[in-house]
Design a protein around this ligand. Structure first.
Ligand SMILES: Nc1ncnc2c1ncn2[C@@H]1O[C@H](COP(=O)(O)OP(=O)(O)OP(=O)(O)O)[C@@H](O)[C@H]1O
Length: 245
């Protein structure tokens, strides 16, 4: 973690993003606490990926400001401090699993032990010497995740990192995310399955390009009187829709 920065890891003011003919983010205001695991949750198409792209600086924004670790999103100073794993794996198919991860480790000056740890974290210990192009889609996604993990950036932005993973691996990954957060890393993790929300410190609940609420999983349950996060989110949506003029 970088020493001097004490503000929120992400600070967004009045963010408007248009994609094609559609305005997909309608003036969002939000903050992501440094050292937290923040879940970005909402139905398919609500704008989670677009928001993540704005945070990592790959999205053209119409108006508003996105400040990341105290710098404007996308600035050169952030290149090594922000990791982003998209839903489509970006790995070198001709390299083996270990070579891919080693390449990123070298770029970020990380030791060989970090490579071995990253391979194990994503459950690919038996595939370290396999060519990445010969793996399944889910396995390739895990290589991509390992490449981001090995760099140990200050902010990790992960777009649906647990899709298609078995329950054991998902639990292991959330355990690793918790360790990283405890060490000061900020994680912003999107998901459209609410059962993942329980692993997060804070939830950003999105719907149709707007932020419905920002609260902890416990607060979501308490506020709605529900016992499952899935139901709680639905109840919250119905309340808000009912409250609209
Ligand atoms: N390449 C694109 N060009 C134009 N519009 C787009 C493009 N990608 C997404 N959109 C629009 O932006 C909206 C938000 O998309 P986004 O990918 O951010 O949603 P999401 O919440 O990440 O969805 P999912 O959970 O399915 O990945 C969509 O409803 C779609 O209309």
């Amino acid at each position: 973690m970088s020493e001097s920065f004490t503000g929120p890891a992400v600070d967004i003011r009045d963010l408007v993003v248009r994609r094609g003919r559609r305005v997909v983010l309608h003036g969002l205001d939000l903050r992501v606490r440094t050292g937290s695991i923040t879940g970005l949750l909402g139905p398919s198409g609500c704008g989670k990926t677009t928001l993540m792209r704005a945070i990592v600086g790959t999205q053209i924004v119409e108006s508003g400001t996105v400040t990341v670790l105290g710098e404007p999103a996308g600035s050169v100073a952030l290149r090594r401090r922000v990791g982003y794993v998209t839903q489509s794996p970006s790995v070198y198919p001709d390299l083996t699993v270990r070579e891919n991860i080693r390449y990123f480790a070298a770029l970020y000056g990380r030791p060989a032990s970090a490579v071995a740890e990253a391979v194990e974290t994503v459950g690919l210990g038996d595939y370290g010497d396999d060519r990445t192009g010969e793996l399944s889609n889910g396995q390739r996604g895990r290589v991509s995740l390992a490449c981001a993990l090995v760099a140990e950036p200050d902010l990790l932005v992960l777009d649906e990192p647990t899709v298609g993973l078995d329950p054991v691996l998902r639990a292991d990954l959330w355990g690793r995310f918790a360790e990283l957060a405890a060490a000061g890393t900020t994680l912003l993790v999107s998901s459209h399955v609410m059962d993942e929300a329980e692993h997060c410190h804070e939830l950003l609940l999105m719907r149709d390009g707007d932020l419905l609420d920002v609260l902890t999983p416990t607060a979501l349950l308490t506020r709605t009187g529900e016992s499952s996060l899935e139901h709680a989110f639905l109840t919250l949506i119905r309340e808000r829709e009912g409250a609209q003029p």
